[in-house]
Design a protein around this ligand. Sequence first.
Ligand code: TMP
Length: 210
Amino acid sequence: MKGKFITFEGIDGAGKSSHIDAVKAFLSDRGIAVRSTREPGGTMLGERIRALFLENSMSAHTEALLVFAARREHLERVVWPALEEGSWVLCDRFTDASFAYQGGGRELGASVIAKLADWVHPEFQPDLTLLFDLPPDAARARVDGRGVVDRIEQESAAFHTRVREAYLARARNEPERIHVFDTRASLTIVREQVLASIAALADHAATVRP
Ligand code: TMP
């Protein structure tokens, strides 16, 4: 595909969302067409699935099936067409979140999620994933500070610790794709590190462009 697919991940409260706009502005300044979106969501149906997912308690399997249903819709209608046109797509969470939350947090295990991923988007994965990492107690304090706490954010410290471990395990297995940022550092420092990763990808894309 012509564009690049960049995903933003991390436990709830790790601080990922504050960087998406900065990345968008950075790439736009370089003349790159950018589209930002999110999962679950990103389409009309996907946003309805997101509301069902966040507002109702359900089995771990149902959670996994819902996020992958929303994902396929999102890929077909939004992500793949945008990448084909040459836009870069910034996505607030993607399949690494399913490995972390359903595979790790809900303890479905990585192999179940890998099977779903292979079926829903065979041979497609992000060009770059930015993983924002923070110990769960610090992340929890940030979530509580926002006021509104959803069903997943309300989960136990043990759940969020498993989510974090699953994310970090994926980063250890794929260090070239998944860049980890310790968000205990100041916002300015993290922002600089994030933009350095993005600049490296943009420079590389510019050199290999025909
Ligand atoms: P957000 O609030 O960061 O947009 O994410 C919504 C919640 O959905 C967040 O708690 C993580 C969760 N989630 C999953 O459990 N599995 C997934 O595959 C995705 C994409 C999100």
